[in-house]
Design a protein around this ligand. Structure first.
Ligand SMILES: Nc1nc2c(ncn2[C@@H]2O[C@H](COP(=O)(O)OP(=O)(O)OP(=O)(O)O)[C@@H](O)[C@H]2O)c(=O)[nH]1
Length: 391
């Protein structure tokens, strides 16, 4: 298709790439420092923008700088994006295969540029390499645990780019072998160059959306979590409890609450010191977190007092969970943490305890009974059906 100048695409992508890299570096050195992979993504944009500027110098500088080097830089840019996504998602780095692909592409490109000048072979080499690299990036995105609009957008942008690269590769196989870079105005080539420009912008935009979502989630986590243990803070837990009670009543599903208090904690502090006391609290909360199901929640109610929310759980099942927590707390997992025990009160959502205040109060009374019974006990609140039962 005549009239579409690949050079215009190239220059636009170079300018966009530089701007995107600038924004990412500014974000990465500022308040988004906690988000992993920003620096690598910025570096990828710079690499690709440099490639685009070099492409634009075709005919002005030697082929080494206007063809071989920029083609290689584009591939390096995508590998750097892959490294960024690996860091961002906290995945294990598996770079050997990508470097092998990169090395093989560099050798083939060098051969078809300097030894046997073959434009079609260069296009096939580059487009097949980029198809693999862009697909590898898309696969990484689809492996992310939390996927929202931003992740889907970026993943699809990677996939769309790799489809265009594949189309370019296929077209090159069918193309007249006498076509040269300066005479190649085919539709596929124009789309290929346009995609290079557009994907750099779309991918960076997608990545920035992903970063802003990650930051939002982190801020939400920090606002609702207890700093020492990482479990819900009291106010956030109570809000979650109210929400779960409303849902359980609406769906007529059972739910239960546990209130847990570490036994003789003053003595633990007095005997081992406050720091060791803190370690006991951290040890306990991590044990409970390992034991709970997805959908359950634990919150720190007071100093050494915790609340556990068990949706879809009858009083009987809540009792079993509580007793497992009690038994697990008594296990010594680390030499740095002295042995300790807990007492637990269990209360189900029933007509007598219809809201968070009455439910917690009922669980608290059962906890008091557990303490009175000699501690290291689980007690039930629902006296109508179960009575105050020692473990
Ligand atoms: N190390 C540490 N101690 C805490 C923290 N929060 C509360 N405490 C201490 O926990 C102790 C609670 O003591 P008490 O309320 O008398 O209860 P207890 O000694 O556990 O006795 P029982 O509840 O009857 O088993 C107090 O000494 C608090 O100072 C904390 O974050 N870290």
């Amino acid at each position: 298709m005549p009239g579409i100048d690949p050079l215009a695409f190239i220059i636009i992508s170079a300018a966009f790439g530089t701007l995107c890299a600038f924004v990412l570096f500014v974000l990465g050195s500022g308040f988004l420092r906690d988000i992993k992979g920003l620096a690598h993504w910025g570096a990828a944009c710079i690499t690709m923008a440099t490639a685009a500027f070099l492409f634009a110098l075709r005919g002005i500088v030697p082929v080494l700088f206007s063809s071989f080097l920029p083609n290689l830089l584009v591939a390096v840019g995508v590998v750097t994006m892959h490294a960024s996504l690996t860091e961002y998602g906290g995945f294990k780095r598996k770079t050997k295969l990508l470097f092998l692909i990169l090395g093989a592409a560099a050798l083939a490109l060098a051969w078809f540029t300097f030894v046997q000048d073959n434009y079609r072979a260069r296009v096939i080499t580059m487009s097949s390499t980029l198809t693999v690299l862009f697909t590898a990036c898309a696969l990484l995105i689809f492996r992310l645990k939390e996927k929202g609009f931003a992740e889907r957008f970026t993943g699809l942008a990677f996939l769309a780019t790799s489809v265009v690269m594949l189309a370019r590769c296929t077209a090159a196989f069918l193309q007249n072998s006498r076509v040269r870079p300066d005479t190649d105005t085919s539709l596929v080539h124009s789309v290929y160059m346009g995609t290079f420009a557009f994907s750099l912008v779309a991918l960076s935009l997608g990545f920035m959306l992903m970063v802003s979502r990650a930051m939002h989630m982190k801020l939400e986590f920090l606002a609702t979590r207890d700093q020492m243990t990482g479990v819900y803070r009291r106010d956030a837990f109570l809000a979650l409890l109210d929400q779960t009670i409303a849902q359980s009543r609406l769906k007529r599903r059972p739910m239960s609450v546990l209130i847990i208090d570490l036994d003789n904690f003053k003595e633990v502090n007095d005997r081992h010191g406050h720091l060791t006391g803190d370690q006991v609290i951290i040890d306990f909360s991590s044990k409970v977190q390992q034991l709970l199901r997805r959908g359950d929640a634990i919150g720190r109610y007071g100093g050494e007092e915790f609340l556990v929310l068990l949706p879809d759980t009858t009083q009987d099942d809540a009792y079993s969970v509580a007793d497992r927590i009690r038994a697990m707390a008594a296990e010594v997992w680390s030499k740095e943490v002295p042995a300790y025990t807990v007492s637990i009160g269990v209360a189900p959502l029933v007509a007598d305890y219809p809201d968070s205040a009455t439910l917690i109060d009922a669980a608290d009374k059962a906890l008091y009974a557990a303490k009175k019974a000699g501690k290291n006990h689980v007690m039930l609140a629902c006296s109508q059906s179960y009575g105050i039962t020692p473990s």
